[in-house]
Design a protein around this ligand. Structure first.
Ligand SMILES: Nc1ncnc2c1ncn2[C@@H]1O[C@H](COP(=O)(O)OP(=O)(O)OP(=O)(O)O)[C@@H](O)[C@H]1O
Ligand SMILES: [Mg+2]
Length: 213
């Protein structure tokens, strides 16, 4: 089972949007996917409950459940994640995806978070690999340029910038994702997802280095 953690302590940075869309992408590829909502707000669980039965299935992860049937586990983490809870989740994950919005406050919060996560043993030993993505980015703005500079400071892959699009908001009302829509409706957004999806699939194929390695 491959585990992807979506994390950024800043509230509203796009974690649930990213986690639900990623889970739905994998489900649309006939993978067995579970989504674990670690947020007491329960946004991902609410989204799953709205998801129609005829759509590719995503199960809701329950701690203690048998996972042998699951190919992918996507973790939607809460705002404010730090300390022991952060360590615990990073230890579980093969991949960590960090969405960052082009705002000073988001970048400041992310900076502190990155300092913490880069200190995690699982990250230092490459048991968990981290990638950054820009979220709600309008490429023509100064803020987008500032975000790009900010993300480039880390020695980590910056996979893509996803634009602000109503499709994310509208699909969420129905328990859907961009990947459940006819491709032509969201072609440009799907193109922006490609580098992220390619990284997830490639990294998911690499064996997790042993804990002693
Ligand atoms: N690329 C996008 N385009 C348009 N709207 C977006 C985009 N990404 C996120 N949103 C919207 O921004 C809001 C916050 O996103 P989301 O709930 O995914 O963030 P979050 O990090 O999970 O928040 P929280 O920290 O509260 O859990 C939501 O209303 C969501 O629909
Ligand atoms: Mg959320």
């Amino acid at each position: 089972m491959r585990t992807v953690l979506v994390a950024n302590p800043k509230g509203g940075s796009g974690k649930t949007t990213l986690a639900t869309n990623l889970a739905a992408y994998l489900a649309n590829r006939n993978e067995k996917v579970a989504l674990w909502d670690l947020d007491r707000q329960g946004s991902s669980i609410g989204w799953l409950e709205m998801r129609a039965e005829q759509l590719p299935r995503i199960s809701s992860f329950q701690p203690g459940a048998k996972m042998s049937e699951t190919d992918w586990l996507v973790l939607d983490s809460p705002a404010g994640l730090h300390g022991k809870n952060l360590s615990r989740l990073v230890k579980l994950a093969r991949m960590v995806v960090v969405p960052v919005q082009p705002s000073l406050f988001d970048m400041e919060a992310t900076k502190t978070f990155m300092q913490q996560i880069l200190e995690e043993k699982a990250v230092r030993k490459h048991h968990a690999e981290i990638a950054l993505i820009g979220m709600r980015v309008d490429a023509r703005t100064r803020a987008a340029a500032r975000l790009e500079e900010f993300l480039a400071e880390f020695d980590l892959p910056v996979l893509t910038h996803l634009r602000n699009a109503q499709a994310y908001v509208n699909t969420s009302f129905e328990g859907q994702s961009l990947f459940d829509l006819p491709q032509g409706q969201v072609r440009r957004d799907l193109e922006q997802w490609q580098p992220l999806l390619a990284w997830i699939e490639k990294t998911g194929q690499k064996p997790r280095l042993s804990r002693n390695g």
